[in-house]
Design a protein around this ligand. Structure first.
Ligand SMILES: [Zn+2]
Length: 166
């Protein structure tokens, strides 16, 4: 399972056929993602699914990724478990063709240059990196950061309440 590489040989054909591809991996095998994680020796599982579709004569691949990661708590510097879900639509732009104009760019999708051998794990890693919490903290962190000035509504508590909503 580890150190696997996965490619979609022809991503445009993948989109045209409406194919799907799913799998699981260990986040520690994705180098850029691993750099943001605490390695506790155990697997940090990622499951992903890619599905292709066509819309307005354009080819898309939708990426879903869901991961159970271990990061460093920004309050106590201990380990904190983070459930990270990512979802994105990639617009496949054939190599050699110009990327969409800024004005045409939409929040609904991200244009990516694509040729043969679309790198699945690279796309999954990219989406997870974008979805990582900026300042992960424990829900009930043992460091009483708010006690110093007697204010329960510390910036951390506020951040925490914002995070649980998202
Ligand atoms: Zn903590």
């Amino acid at each position: 399972m580890s150190h696997q590489s996965r490619v979609i040989p022809d991503p445009f054909e993948f989109a045209r056929r409406g194919d799907t591809l799913s799998g699981e991996l260990d986040a520690r095998d994705l180098p850029r993602l691993a750099a943001a994680l605490r390695d506790t020796g155990g697997e940090q599982s990622v499951s992903y699914e890619l599905s292709g579709f066509r819309l307005d004569d354009k080819s898309f691949i939708e990426v879903f990724a869901s991961a159970a990661l271990i990061m460093q708590c920004q309050r106590c510097l201990g380990e904190v478990s983070c459930a990270v879900d990512a979802e994105s639509r990639l617009l496949l732009v054939p190599r050699g063709e110009s990327m969409p104009d800024e004005g045409l760019e939409s929040d609904d999708f991200d244009p990516v240059e694509a040729g043969r051998d679309f790198d699945v794990l690279d796309a999954v890693e990219e989406e997870l990196l974008l979805a990582l919490p900026l300042a992960p903290t424990h829900g009930d962190c043992s460091v009483p950061a708010a006690k110093e000035n007697g204010d329960d509504r510390s910036p951390f508590a506020l951040l925490k309440s914002l995070k649980t909503k998202s």
